[in-house]
Design a protein around this ligand. Structure first.
Ligand SMILES: Cc1ncc(COP(=O)(O)O)c(C=O)c1O
Length: 367
């Protein structure tokens, strides 16, 4: 392969679609502060996802901070998965919350039965932050029932789950609050951006106020932040949204190509819960052990392929956490030591899939 094959590649819209929206922005000379493109994008996303209470933000991390703030969780103990991108935890720490790490199940998502055990042991836990890792659904039934039983707010970090569905509805429609990232690496993006989704007008108003510093004119109502999406970022989203289903279909086909090419190799996969339609935005594999993963990485890099160790390390082991928070989570630590995400994006060529399978087979033979 001539060009290095990276784990992902940002999707670009047709230039004319983006430029014509830029023209409208120039004509209106309205660049930010809830402009027409942002409102149009919010409407288009609400319709696409079937989630009427949606607020666009300038990234997924601030969206998560808004959700935690509006759920009343600032400064409290929050149960969280250790197997996710660090931003899930960072949002929580910036709000002064104390993370209580709950280990994961074979689906690599927060374990509802371990959560129940922890809630029984610690009545100070005030809320739950779970992640649909790789855009694959958590056990939403068990988590939803448990949080409802205990009267706890349930927040989903669905940063990777745009386009994923479960039981006929968007995965972003679960939980009291759900957030998504529209970072350039995501299946749908606005270069930088994100959104928060909730279920009522009052909650939406509160989020909207907090997104823009918490005041209207000279009247200050609540603690706020700057989480506003700009018009140019919204224009990128508007020009990419129509092609998103086609991108998901391309990724689905590439998944089948990977499945066929890797068939028979000693690899494991996260288990998938039933009733879901995945967005196929990632191709995670679990190597037999950590040494084997390093061999696989070397073999893939020699072949010009650059997968990522998403998500290493397990967050409960981070050095800057308070010692009391660094409790063991053996399942997450094991997964983090041997997971690899192979390249996945619509434009990926099938010969890269074949080359990746060959390199992985060599690395596994070296065992
Ligand atoms: C699971 C998860 N949570 C949160 C984020 C943060 O989103 P953003 O980069 O838009 O701030 C990401 C982004 O990659 C993510 O993958």
């Amino acid at each position: 392969m001539n060009q290095p094959v990276l784990v992902t590649k940002a999707r670009l819209p047709r230039r004319e679609d983006f430029y014509s929206l830029c023209d409208t922005i120039f004509d209106a000379a309205w660049l930010t502060n809830n402009g027409p493109c942002v409102r149009q994008l919010e409407q288009a996303l609400s319709a696409y996802l079937g989630t009427p209470h949606l607020l666009a933000c300038n990234n997924g991390t601030t969206a998560l901070m808004l959700a935690l703030h509006c759920a009343g969780l600032a400064g409290k103990k929050v149960a969280i998965t250790p197997f996710t991108y660090v931003a899930t935890l960072s949002a929580l720490l910036w709000l002064g919350c104390t993370p209580v790490f709950i280990d994961i199940d074979p689906d690599l998502c927060l374990s509802p039965w371990l959560l129940r055990r922890e809630l029984d042991a610690d009545s100070d836990i005030a809320g739950v932050l779970a992640v649909h890792i790789y855009g694959m659904a958590c056990d939403t039934e068990a988590l939803g029932a448990l949080c409802c039983e205990r009267g706890l707010p349930l927040i989903y970090d669905a940063a990777q789950a745009f386009g994923s569905r479960k039981n006929g509805k968007s995965l972003l429609d679960y939980g009291d609050y759900s957030i998504c990232s529209f970072h350039a690496t995501k299946i749908f993006h606005t270069v930088e951006g994100g959104c928060v989704i909730t279920h009522g007008e009052e909650e939406l108003r509160e989020l909207s106020l907090a997104r823009a510093f918490g005041h209207v004119g000279d009247e200050h109502f609540t603690l706020g932040i700057n989480a506003k999406l700009s018009e140019l970022h919204a224009a990128m989203g508007l020009s990419l949204l129509p092609g998103t289903d086609a991108e998901i279909e391309k990724c689905r086909r590439l998944h089948t190509a990977y499945d066929d090419a890797l068939n028979g190799l000693n690899l494991a996969y996260p288990s998938r819960v039933s009733g879901q339609e995945w967005n196929f935005a990632y191709y995670p594999v679990l190597l037999p052990d950590a040494q084997c993963r390093e061999r696989a990485l070397t073999a893939l890099n020699i072949a010009g392929i650059y997968p990522r160790r998403y998500f290493t390390p397990a967050l409960n082991t981070l050095p800057y956490l308070e010692k009391a928070c660094r409790r063991p989570c053996p399942v997450a630590e094991d997964a983090a030591s041997r997971v690899l995400c192979l390249p996945m994006y619509g434009e990926l060529k099938e010969d890269a899939v074949t080359a990746a399978a060959k390199a992985l087979a060599e690395a596994l033979r070296g065992r």
